[in-house]
Design a protein around this ligand. Structure first.
Ligand code: CP
Length: 307
């Protein structure tokens, strides 16, 4: 198959395994481009992409913008602060007005789960979800899978652990379907209050004991506690969370396995992850960020060429 089955990238639960394989293969080609002295190709010349960020971002926003520039697309960047949203304009009106200026594709981050899905039902242009509330962050899931594949060869048969605030995590929302579709086993670990009630119905197991969970896994993806998405308290304190679920060097040394450590960022050092792990050879955090550009180039290229 040489075209994606979907017109939009709203979430990884909608993708087929063949879509993910195609994105990874295309990203391999773009990764090679990114090693060249001239890191730019004309693939999306004459395509205009709007990056709409209604919520804060460092990595995703810069990574999409770089990916678009490396593909020679024209880009416009929008953030809700300083926009007519403050004057009461709706999301749909905002996007329809931007598209009226001959924009071809939309990349959108939004604090509301389902915002990208809602847009996709009301406009013609392709939409890439750059993270919506607690729902999905599909390009993060893709770059996570791609980075594990690069480090360990293949995802099939791997034991993939996600630690922390699973309930509020759109990264977990995308990593889980990706890993399961690619043949990995998935386990989650964290305080019971931060684990979705029906997690096992997704084919994911739960282990409350961090040491036991680490002994099971090949790869551990460590998540941040997402206080900005909590209306009420789910843990007594960050200090207590860190004592029971923080990853530090002593704990990792006590597990006699070479576990690959991941984190989607931003890292709260000393809470979920200590610096002596985050900055160690076991960590692939910066490789994840590097691979994000090639993955986003692949997604943009495949969606633009499908249309
Ligand atoms: N991983 C991630 O989404 O980071 P940003 O919030 O900085 O984009």
């Amino acid at each position: 198959m040489s075209a994606l089955s979907q017109k939009h990238l709203l979430g990884l639960k909608h993708l087929l395994k063949s879509d993910i394989d195609l994105i990874f293969k295309t990203a391999d080609n773009f990764k090679e481009v990114l090693q060249r002295p001239i890191k730019k190709v004309p693939s999306l010349r004459d395509i205009t992409i709007a990056n709409l960020f209604f919520e804060d971002s460092t990595r995703t926003r810069i990574s999409f913008e770089l990916a678009e520039k490396r593909l020679s697309a024209d880009t416009i960047n929008f953030s809700s602060s300083g926009s007519a949203i403050k004057k009461g304009e709706t999301l749909l009106d905002t996007v329809r007005n931007i598209l009226a200026m001959k924009v071809d594709m939309i990349v959108m981050r939004h604090s509301s789960s389902g915002a990208a899905d809602f847009l996709s039902q009301n406009i013609e242009a392709s939409i890439i979800n750059a993270g919506d509330g607690t729902h999905e962050h599909p390009t993060q899931g893709l770059l996570d899978g791609y980075s594990v594949r690069e480090k360990l060869g293949e995802l099939k048969g791997l034991n993939f652990l996600i630690i922390g605030d699973i309930k509020h995590s759109r990264v977990a929302g995308s990593d889980i379907p990706l890993m399961l579709k690619m043949g990995a086993k998935v386990k989650v670990c964290g305080p019971p209050t931060l684990i979705p009630k029906y997690i096992e119905e997704l084919g994911v197991s739960y282990e409350p004991n961090l040491k036991k969970a680490l002994e099971w896994c090949n790869v551990a993806n460590v998540l941040r506690i997402q206080l900005e998405r909590m209306d009420i308290k789910f843990i007594p304190s960050l200090r207590e969370y860190s004592l029971f679920y923080g990853i530090n060097r002593e704990l990792l040394n006590s597990v006699k396995k070479n576990i690959t450590i991941m984190h989607p960022g931003p890292v709260n050092r000393g809470v979920e992850l200590n610096s002596n792990v985050a900055d160690s050879k076991q960590s692939i955090i910066l490789q994840q960020v590097e691979n994000g550009v090639a993955i986003r180039m692949a997604v943009l290229y495949l969606l633009a060429n499908r249309n």
